[in-house]
Design a protein around this ligand. Sequence first.
Ligand code: ZN
Ligand code: ZN
Ligand code: FE
Length: 760
Amino acid sequence: MKIKKEWTHRYIVVTGVVQGVGFRPFVYRVAKKFGLKGHVCNTSSGVKIHIEGLRGAVETFLKYLETDAPPLAKIDSIAVEAQPLHGFADFEIVTSDDASEKSTSVSPDVSVCEMCLQEMHDPSNRRYRYPFINCTDCGPRYTITTTVPYDRPNTSMAKFEMCPACAEEYENKMDRRYHAQPISCFDCGPTLSLLDGAGQAVDCSDPLAACAERLKKGAIVAVKGLGGFHLMCDATNNEAVQRLRERKRRPIKPFAVMVKDLEMAKTLAEISDAEEALLVSRERPIVLLKKSTHYTLHTTHLSGVVVPRIDRIGIMLPYTPLHELLFDMIDRPLVATSANLSDEPIIRASVVLVEKLGHIVDAILDHDRDIINACDDSVMQVVGGQPLWLRVARGIAPLTLPLKKPTRRKILAVGANQKNTIALAFADRIIVSPHIGDLNGIEAMEYFDRTVETFKRFYDFTPDIIAHDKHPGYETTKWTHQFKIQHPTCKIISVQHHYAHALAVMAEHGLRNEKVLAFCWDGTGYGDDGTIWGSEVLHADASECRRVVSLRPFRLLGGEKAIKEPRRVALELLFECFTLDEVLALENPTVDAFRPAEIRLLHQAWEKGINAPVTTSMGRLFDAVASLCGICQYLGFEGESGMRIEALARNVDAKPYPLPLEGGRLEWSHMIHEIAHMPDTKVVASRFIATLVEMVFAVASRMPDMPLLFAGGVFQNRTLVEHIVARCEAEGRTFYLPKKLSPNDGAVSLGQLWYALGQE
Ligand code: ZN
Ligand code: ZN
Ligand code: FE
């Protein structure tokens, strides 16, 4: 009886990403190690554990839960409750106590782990050079899952029957592949094949070696990755990269590059410790790095057409065993760009690839493990030592955020039209989908629909509230109204675009009632007055907002055309500041970018206000400034002017231009006057960034106690963000920036969701 007193029985509930990440076997191994009894099972509300044994051992067990959980697990909470002794005979993994495991989060995909790589490179291992090696800690998840629970029959591995050797590992609780759903080997798993552009199998004994051989000779090869195909070619081969650009009709937009290892990355870019850590992280994102400028003997001479015009380069390390094997045979960086037609989603099946891109590839490295859910590469950069995400996808998303206060509703937020993502809230969590992309065509909308269906299936989810953007023309708005017709009881909430930007950052930081001064700057968003907003300063909390400051509105000459031609935006600002004759007499790159007759014609249209929508867009002000000082007159890709201003703005002490605040409007005419007369590129870039920083703090000084918040695509600008962060820290101001999601439209769904959650 005395011994029994030292025994204890605890009931533990662990929530978070704890399914399909080897959590139960981990619990099993720890329990066994300390001679504890009881059981563990998955349930709809998380992993439930009964643990019984000596008090000290139980305490140690609890510590292990917190500190030694499997790498893929993301624990939100551990609830512990003392219970009367039960007298368990052993420790067991029991089958789930309810059939519906619909609410356990689906884990993102993870790059191949160190242990698997070691096995793959060990000639004595049975998976030596096996391109699909994985274990409980690594490999595909979201991209191969059709539904939950995450079990092999619910993945694209269902069609591969395990061989006895794999089955043994799968069944063995002490094995590191216990219940690793995508487990396989040469005898039982998927196989590689090499196809030509027409989809015909190429006769070769080793498709991987044949693929490497072709790449080395300058071929363009589509390679199947985790979430879709990449188009790859030798990044040091000018002719190959140029051919890819021509065939893909993508003249300027930068390509990302995959390198063999960190060492090779360092021959291409300058890499800080923080950047290095992200490059080698499990998530393996594309990291935007500063192109190397110190050419040495070891410099890899990257083709100049991989990333023209800007000083940054997107680099990623291999993340699948297949990529690793490819780089065992290739000693140079490879262009690795998503295989898609411009504006269409990333391609995930070789039949589609042949149909759409068959004419541009020389070969296809394919395999028969289907990609169920497409997923692009994630993209990020380090700003002021902190990660700043530009695209949240493979490795990170689906992203789960815990809700402090559970909701009884099922809420769906459908996001913005550009860089679309969707977000869900139910029970105790928020889930944000991977990047879906720009919803500009039928293919993109199909991808959007498919993603909504996937998440509805994953979480047995039919929304009772949908939150969407106020823009009446957005595809997502139309989709919402269509849904409402089919589900009349569903409540619809619309959220203004820039407010949603601010709300997304509030959501990340758990802000609800705290008032903030939110600087929401981007290219375009539908404003409450029906014009295009984009430089809004909002006085806001999670339930209401007031627009307090924005740029003095201007017009976009030629509407949509102006978005691709900075010279048009700049010319309009010149028209606002000068007479026609004065404009024609100016010695300025914007004026030089037109013929005088064109300027006269545009002036007439301007006077009549024909096809000239009103905007307060900060993105367009960047374009105008870039044009006025001769950086660029036509955009090769979205955000180009900002990236180039960022690169040129080197002088941290540059004198700001005057940008006075007059009745809630920032008056830019003085600034435009000065730039028009003194269009020195570097000076203008530095002074323009200084102006924006000065303006932020001039506005902020009127509300000295209010925390500042920054959101919107403009805050992808590294120079701008670095200056703002430094100034906030110097002045001791509380400020909020996005940490897990991007500042751009990819976060709008989360903002919409956060608003809807507050409306219950
Ligand atoms: Zn592994
Ligand atoms: Zn096998
Ligand atoms: Fe936006």
